[in-house]
Design a protein around this ligand. Structure first.
Ligand SMILES: [Fe+2]
Length: 171
């Protein structure tokens, strides 16, 4: 959704307590030369633990589990969230009829979406998938690439961590 609010370094994209397993996402945005990019924008979104995006769910506040983060002078970004979950794509219309006709289920493996941009660089739209998800090999919309699967490592304090570095090409 365009216009997600900018949030502070380390802020949570969970606007209300909806349960779920705490997850910290952090990393660096790099330029084509491999050097950190300050003031790059990492725009992220995911579902709530009930498997629904805010735009599908009148019970969630607008921009719940969405946010834009500007990288610091050292190129780092960081935000708090909860571990994403698998969710079914809506299957009450033509997509559902197509899935049933082809003998496929409607589930997508757990993931976080990101659009990463910086002046003078090509914007990248991508997804990070949870390596522990059972639907990685049967994503309803065929979005999984092996190179986009990550282990969400459990830290000693019980909060899982995802470290993701984004490298942008020059425009
Ligand atoms: Fe999604």
């Amino acid at each position: 959704m365009p216009g997600a609010p900018f949030r502070e370094f380390g802020a949570s994209i969970a606007l209300v307590d909806t349960g779920g397993e705490p997850l910290l996402v952090l990393g660096t945005v790099l330029g084509a030369d491999g050097l950190p990019l300050a003031d790059a924008v990492v725009d992220v979104w995911q579902t709530a633990p009930d498997g629904r995006y805010d735009v599908q769910d009148v019970d969630q506040p607008t921009h719940n589990f969405r946010g834009r983060f500007r990288t610091a002078a050292d190129g780092r970004y960081c935000f708090a969230t909860v571990r994403p979950v698998s969710y079914p794509v809506p299957d009450d219309g033509p997509a559902g009829r197509l899935l049933r006709a082809t003998g496929r289920h409607p589930w997508r493996p757990a993931h976080i979406h990101a659009i990463v941009s910086a002046p003078g660089h090509r914007t990248v739209t991508t997804t990070v998938f949870d390596a522990a998800d059972p639907y990685l090999d049967s994503d309803a919309v065929f979005g999984v690439k092996d190179s986009r699967i990550r282990a969400f490592a459990a830290a000693s304090d019980g909060t899982s961590r995802l470290v993701e570095h984004f490298r942008l090409r020059r425009a």
